[in-house]
Design a protein around this ligand. Structure first.
Ligand SMILES: NC(=O)c1ccc[n+]([C@@H]2O[C@H](COP(=O)([O-])OP(=O)(O)OC[C@H]3O[C@@H](n4cnc5c(N)ncnc54)[C@H](O)[C@@H]3O)[C@@H](O)[C@H]2O)c1
Length: 248
């Protein structure tokens, strides 16, 4: 799917699913801004893209800070051009019993995982409105469909992002902008390792439909498709990439 001539922002592009998405979207022809608060990770992704012949910049940014996101968007426009693709992928997660979650921890989860995408969309959507074309893909989580214990704050934030996707998809449907979400499930990344033990990882693989976790590239391919010109009639959709672990 050609994305030639487009400028894409992928948040959390310095690791895991975000990195694979940056590589895929760059390979499909877009110039890519790798937004991440982990600057070395973002720079590594950019090196991988440029070595493969693509065009990319690394931007250090905390997606939950309106000031930092405004500066990141300004730099992206200056270096690459107006932003017409946004992938809200950056997120945090860790396991904790519901009874132990503090209000500060709850707020932090919402700030990064839900307010972050709101700030990013608010900051770049005028570029899409001006272009009369845009693609927004939110990376949610199958835990919003399946539930997950010891992740109440995370699952609530991702459920909010899922609802946000549908609201935006309705509001901008006549502006040439589509808004969709991809909820990963059991994808081999640093974040997955953080939320599993070797034992629980093995058990999850055995329980899974295909007998193994998915790879970041599996999510990246779906995201890139949703960002393509060809996907113009897919809007407000949840594209599950989960090996059949969750069927709807
Ligand atoms: N791996 C899975 O099985 C799985 C399952 C469900 C959902 N997800 C979702 O997929 C997405 C990617 O997850 P991953 O597994 O690749 O995780 P990861 O930890 O490997 O990557 C997340 C990236 O986001 C960045 N980030 C976090 N907070 C940020 C902030 N405030 N500002 C800027 N950058 C920030 C991190 O630095 C990191 O580079 C997340 O939205 C996650 O919730 C993953």
């Amino acid at each position: 799917m050609s994305l030639t001539g487009k400028v894409a922002v992928i948040t959390g592009g310095g690791s895991g699913i975000g990195r694979a998405t940056c590589l895929q979207i760059a390979n499909d022809g877009a110039a890519v801004a790798v937004w991440d608060w982990n600057e070395p990770g973002a720079k590594e992704t950019v090196d991988m893209i440029t070595k493969a012949g693509g065009r990319a910049i690394a931007v250090k940014v905390d997606v939950s800070s309106a000031e930092q996101v405004a500066a990141a968007a300004q730099r992206t426009r200056k270096d690459l051009g107006p932003i017409t693709i946004l992938v809200n992928n950056a997120a945090i997660n860790y396991l904790i019993s519901f009874l132990d979650i503090t209000e500060a921890q709850w707020d932090e989860m919402m700030k990064v995982n839900l307010k972050g995408p709101y700030i990013c969309v608010r900051t770049v959507i005028q570029d899409m409105l001006d272009a009369k074309w845009g693609r927004i893909v939110n990376i949610t989580s199958s835990s919003t469909q399946l539930g997950a214990s010891r992740m109440a704050h995370y699952v609530a934030s991702k459920g909010g992002l899922s609802g946000f996707t549908k609201a935006l998809a309705s509001e901008f449907a006549r502006s040439g902008i589509t808004v969709n979400n991809v909820p990963p499930n059991f994808i081999e990344t640093p974040l997955l390792r953080k939320t599993t033990t070797p034992e629980s990882h093995k058990a999850a693989a055995e329980k899974s439909m295909m007998g193994h976790p998915g790879q970041p590239e599996d999510i990246a391919a779906a995201v890139s498709y949703l960002c393509s010109v060809a996907a113009k009639h897919i809007n407000g959709h949840t594209l599950g990439v989960n090996g059949g672990n969750y069927m709807c």
